[in-house]
Design a protein around this ligand. Structure first.
Ligand code: UDP
Length: 469
């Protein structure tokens, strides 16, 4: 690498350092990246947020930051599971050169609020690592998912043409390599059994960028993945900083792309302690009509109060709840509250919430852990299968539902989690996890220590001169 890690005596002060954070434009990536930016800003770094124009965050919520929209050539209004990878490819194709130009200009402008010390990029924006290398800047990779997903991404079933993943075979064949009680083969299966060539290429490029970066930041807590983190460190060589849960270190502005319906908090205020099941499948996953009906019937049959988020346009070709029979809407209406988008962190922290039926997106998983809320897992795509295995098999703070949704099984699983003795054990374990998560943030706790080390690393970067066009 062409930049140098400086001697501590020559360290920069954080006020003279600007960090460029490169965002991937989906809600589950925007939230943690803006939280990370807030954390680093609180340590004195100036922040520039580079983001595609699609799904732009609202700059007025972050008056301390400079926002740099990158032309992305996309003409879309939402992200779906089906077009997730093609959107990612288009962003990689279209954003790379504008990003390089913008950062080059920043370097030439001699910004009084600090020169660019490094580029911190979402792992899905792997091209930012190459941009950094071209501009002779250090780069840090950010994982907004579990650390284990780094190995799952790296463990490709075959080496790709560029041959970047030379350690793949040994990784798969290493019987001793376990994700706590899961071995690496199970881990691969949770990430999709037959990934397409596009997915394999994206994983290979992401892994390669990680290996070429100076460090990786992961939104995880050391105790959650303590067996995994040393293995990852071994494979990637660069230091890994587990400084999650970001949202507890940066409990500030909302970065929600959809309007939050705060009315559900008043509804929760009227419910008994720990009685309500919160149901939400995140910002990308969708349902077909049959799944919607089975979910509604399962909730009705469970006889528990529930708060259900149904995102507009997330069910088949309909706008919202038109597909639910009127009679059923009335039945569940007496016991349930259905909203288009909720203030999720506030909901999970509410005393009336006793369980979370989730798609196991990593942010939702962490948010639930931090409030001690046990989970019912229904993973849909990507790393969610891995998170579900962690929750149900490794940590034992939740139960997993079958992929095919059936009303009777849903109602049964809700009762197991919310009413029966099995649920009480899970609840106690979830409460213990909440307390451990809190301790990680204390002075001397794993997150606090790793964050201090990360700040030191960034302060030690001494970027060289820019290479001009
Ligand atoms: N979220 C929210 N309101 C909702 C549903 C989700 O604010 O009604 C937030 C949630 O708190 C989390 C993010 O959206 O921070 C979803 O990220 P996650 O990784 O859980 O799933 P994804 O949307 O990426 O599938």
């Amino acid at each position: 690498m062409e930049f140098e890690i400086g001697h501590p005596v020559a360290m920069l002060e954080s006020e003279t350092c600007r960090l460029v954070l490169v965002l991937f434009p989906s809600q589950g990536h925007i939230n943690p990246m803006l939280q990370l930016a807030t954390i680093l800003n609180s340590r004195g770094f100036s922040i520039t947020i580079a983001h595609p124009e699609f799904n732009s965050p609202n700059p007025s919520n972050y008056p301390n930051f400079t926002f740099l929209p990158i032309p992305d050539g996309l003409s879309k209004s939402s992200l779906t599971v089906q077009d997730f990878h093609s959107t990612m490819l288009a962003i990689h194709r279209n954003c790379r050169e504008p990003l390089r130009r913008f950062i080059q200009q920043m370097l030439e402008q001699n910004d009084p609020q600090g020169r660019v010390a490094c580029i911190i990029y979402d792992a899905l924006m792997h091209f930012a690592q190459e941009v950094a290398a071209q501009l002779n800047l250090p780069s840090i990779n950010v994982r907004t998912s579990a650390a284990a997903s780094m190995l799952a991404f790296a463990a490709l079933p075959r080496a790709n043409e560029q041959g970047y993943i030379t350690f793949t075979d040994s990784l798969i064949q290493d019987e001793s390599l376990k994700l706590q009680s899961l071995n690496i083969r199970d881990l691969l299966i949770t990430m999709g059994e037959n990934p397409s060539d596009t997915v394999l290429e994206l994983r290979a490029a992401t892994t390669s960028a990680t290996r070429n970066s100076c460090a990786a930041i992961v939104n995880t807590i050391h105790f959650l993945e303590e067996e995994m983190l040393p293995k990852i460190q071994e494979y990637f060589h660069a230091p890994i900083y587990a400084i999650g849960p970001f949202h507890k270190l940066a409990p500030s502005s909302s970065s929600s792309l959809l309007k939050e319906d705060t009315g559900c908090i008043s509804w929760l205020d009227k419910q008994a302690s720990r009685s309500v099941l919160y149901v939400s499948f995140g910002s990308v996953a969708s349902m077909n009509e049959e799944q919607l009906l089975e979910t509604a019937m399962g909730l009705a049959m469970s006889e528990r109060p529930f708060l259900w988020v149904v995102r507009p346009s997330s069910v088949g070709c309909t706008e919202w709840l038109e597909l639910l029979p009127k009679g059923l809407q009335e039945i569940i209406g007496q016991r349930g509250c259905i909203v288009k988008w909720a203030p999720q962190k506030e909901v999970l922290a509410h005393g009336a919430v006793g369980g979370f039926w989730t798609h196991c997106g990593w942010n939702s998983t962490l948010e639930s852990i931090c409030e001690g809320v046990p989970m019912l897992c229904w993973p849909v795509f990507g790393d969610q299968g891995l998170d579900a295995k962690y929750i149900s098999h490794v940590w034992k703070i939740g139960l997993e539902l079958e992929a095919k949704l059936e009303r009777g099984k849903i109602a049964g699983a809700i009762r197991r989690l919310m009413v029966e003795e099995e649920g009480e054990e899970i609840r106690q374990q979830a409460q213990a996890f909440k307390e451990r998560a809190e301790r990680s943030l204390d002075m001397g706790g794993s997150t606090n220590t790793a964050l201090n080390e990360l700040v030191e690393l960034i302060l030690s970067f001494q970027p060289q001169h820019v290479t001009s066009d």
